[in-house]
Design a protein around this ligand. Sequence first.
Ligand code: NAD
Length: 375
Amino acid sequence: MLVGILKETGTEKRVAMLPGEVAVLRKLGLDVIVETGAGDNAFAVDSAYLKTGAVIAERKDVISKSAMTLSVAAPVEDINMYREGQIICSVLNPVDNKVWLENARQKGLSVLALDLIPRTTRAQSMDILSSMATVSGYKAVLEAASLLPRFFPMFMSASGTIKPARVLILGAGVAGLQAVATARKLGAIVEVFDVRSAVKEEVKSLGGRFIEVEGAKEDAAAGGYAVEQTEEFRKKQQELIQQRAIAADVVIATAQIPGKKAPVLVLKETVMNMNPGSVIIDLAASSGGNCELTENGRSIMINGVTIIGKSNYPSEMSSDASKMFGSNIINLLKIMVDKDGSMALNMQDDIINGTTAVHGKEYISMRIKQMLNIK
Ligand code: NAD
């Protein structure tokens, strides 16, 4: 089977697979065709791909010849170049790409949505949401540390003692926990809010202080994810966050609810009361933001507080982020590819079923049907 690797468009710097991972694909018995310059922004040149035995070609040839294309973002502009039976494997962003997905279904394409991989133990090694969130949590803290006009660690010097910075982390999922670990390593004092009590021990074990707000709604059926909270809880939480944010130098906001707008946790009033020079990094910016003032894709300063609305830190760490992304895809392909290098989508497998958005002109994944309200 021939697998194609596409060059990303726009500002995205990652590539779906680096040469090191392409070599692993070749060992699985797959042939690989790579779009010219696909790895350039992740510092992987065409000649490195050629050394793995892959072929380099123009985009239209990669798409027309491949049985399956790999990319970070869905190739939304290129759908007309695909034909029935081909497989697209990428991040889908189903809510934004609903119309595109419907076109792909009607054309008889198969779409493997990497952001739909079930979050089960067996699928952990294929989970791009987790690997990319790890990058985001780490990089967000580094950006905050470089923007903050103060030290992160405590400093004792001849010119006196400098107190450590205080970092407030909202949401202790994968990105939040990585942010706790990174901020602690840099010597900051870390406080954390989350609505899932299960994360309390993890936060503590990383050296953070978990701040509990009583009355959080949890739902075991949400598969480990958070659910929307009552108005009463939200008010209580916003007040407590305001108290802690005023005492903090940095806020890293990561709270999200799958398929919904991100909860607003930091109000305008809170920002107005924060210390000038403080930094808010809002990783939930693309789903509405956890801070009322966040502007997606922009860096703004209000009342001396810098607010960064950025959701795509992995693109800024294109080398390791691409490496992790490619490894995740390989682990997924390993359960799909036969010994002779041919591939079958076995819909009885919960991971394949859960990840396949459309196949054979049908919507397959239960989650996609729920998200897009398809009966
Ligand atoms: P996410 O990006 O959807 O959300 C980030 C965090 O924000 C979550 O911890 C969530 O509880 C929190 N949050 C949501 N609303 C909030 C609010 N109003 N106030 C404060 N916090 C709020 O989550 P994620 O990081 O993708 O994953 C969440 C969890 O899913 C993980 O911690 C884990 O339990 C589970 N998970 C399992 C696997 C697996 O088993 N393979 C993989 C990844 C994640």
